[in-house]
Ligand binder design. Structure first.
Ligand SMILES: C[S@@+](CC[C@H](N)C(=O)[O-])C[C@H]1O[C@@H](n2cnc3c(N)ncnc32)[C@H](O)[C@@H]1O
Ligand code: SF4
Length: 373
């Protein structure tokens, strides 16, 4: 089995103004007083790790959250200075930060650009103000337009937005308006997620009103796919659409099962065949940023299973020859029964040496992928 390349860094910023009612990501509201200590702990974790990996050439960095656009830009300057001391960031590396429309103004975006960020992922979620209020987003539609216009003015050309379908009170018509709204922003990447009611969220405790039916959610997904594809976007992964050349390199590196560093509270990483996650509590992470919450060395069988599950999420699917060369594993031979079954059901396609999900397979991806586990 070939060694998996290590080319990406994920950094978690676990702060938000308030919690959105659907969100189970690790993020804490009203913790501004922790920013300094948190960034110091992050810098410590980065130094201790990167000094062992001096020959790494980083091709993608992703600062996610939480709301990374809450802390001042100076913190990110400190982080990049630290990274640059130890390893090389490739000349055309993709460097993304997630921003919330309500938190960014022109000068802040300008600072982000000058520090080195070249891609923005904007949490828009919906273009319907009533829905935004109901799910407790802290921004309005005007903030969305302003943030995109400002981002473009300061020179960001690579901009993505997140949308959610299946939200309370969302009809097909409202969803179509969100898709139109997204198109009107003239951006080059859109991620669309079906609402999940996650444990630990407000919506889990207090079930939301007026949720669309399951079959309407499926129609929303199909409508979105057709609409965005007709509008010049490639559907390159279950939840992701991009104009040619603007596919997220960072996310593709996950789906291609490459290794990556994960820094920050609750961050996940995958280095030297070891999958790990950091401590979730802010206080614990700040006290000891090197301690792991979870750590597991993957066997070759685990690595192969993950490569299948991740690779099948992409619209290209898995190239059988490459898979054999990378993992010394004959996919068709080992999973003959499962593969034939789903080809018969028209959920998998085997074509030109690629195994991939069909459009119907994308809709039922959880069922299909779980059979490879
Ligand atoms: C980690 S969040 C960070 C984005 C940023 N904090 C924001 O909300 O603007 C990434 C994306 O996951 C999606 N998401 C989070 N929780 C979800 C849920 N329960 N169901 C569906 N999508 C969800 C949202 O679209 C969100 O923008
Ligand atoms: S969706 Fe984004 S802004 Fe909302 S609570 Fe989660 S991480 Fe924070």
């Amino acid at each position: 089995m070939k060694k998996r390349p290590l080319e990406s860094i994920y950094i978690h910023i676990p702060f938000c103004k308030e919690k959105c009612h659907y969100c189970a990501f690790v993020s804490y509201a009203n913790r501004k007083s922790f920013f300094d200590d948190y960034i110091d702990a992050l810098v410590c974790e980065i130094i201790k790790n990167l000094k062992k990996y001096k020959d790494v050439n980083v091709k993608t960095i992703y600062i996610g959250g939480g709301t990374p656009s809450l802390p001042d830009a100076k913190y990110y300057e400190k982080i990049f200075n630290t990274i640059n001391k130890f390893i090389d960031i490739a000349a055309h590396a993709e460097i993304t930060i997630e921003i919330n429309p309500g938190t960014v103004h022109f000068a802040y975006l300008k600072e982000l650009k000058s520090i080195g960020f070249n891609r923005l992922s904007v949490g828009v979620q919906s273009f319907d103000q009533r829905i935004l209020d109901y799910i407790n987003r802290k921004h309005n539609i005007k903030d969305v337009y302003n943030s995109i216009v400002n981002a473009r003015q300061v020179g960001f050309e690579n901009i993505s937005i997140d949308l959610i379908y299946g939200l309370p009170y969302q009809t097909m018509e409202i969803w179509q308006e969100s898709l139109q709204g997204a198109l009107g922003l003239d951006i080059n990447h859109i991620s669309t997620y079906g609402l999940k009611i996650e444990e630990g969220t407000r919506f889990y405790k207090q079930h939301p009103e007026e949720l669309p039916l399951e079959e309407v959610n499926a129609q929303m997904y199909l409508e979105c796919k057709d609409f965005l594809m007709q509008s010049g976007f490639n559907h390159y992964e279950i939840s992701n659409f991009a104009k040619s050349g603007f596919e997220s390199k960072h996310n593709l590196s996950y789906w291609h099962n490459k290794e990556y560093f994960g820094f920050g509270a609750a961050a996940h990483g995958y280095v030297n065949k070891i999958r790990y996650s950091n401590q979730v509590s802010l206080e614990d992470y700040i006290k000891n940023p090197l301690k792991k919450e979870f750590c597991e060395e993957l066997s070759n069988a685990d690595i192969i299973k993950e490569a299948i599950i991740l690779g099948l999420r992409t619209s290209d699917g898995l190239n059988l020859d490459e898979f054999k060369a990378d993992y010394d594993f004959d996919l068709i031979k080992h999973y003959k029964t499962v593969i034939n079954k789903y080809i018969d059901y028209k959920l998998l396609i085997l074509e030109n040496d690629y195994l991939k999900l069909s459009p119907e397979g994308f809709l039922l991806s959880n069922n299909v992928l779980s059979e490879f586990l």
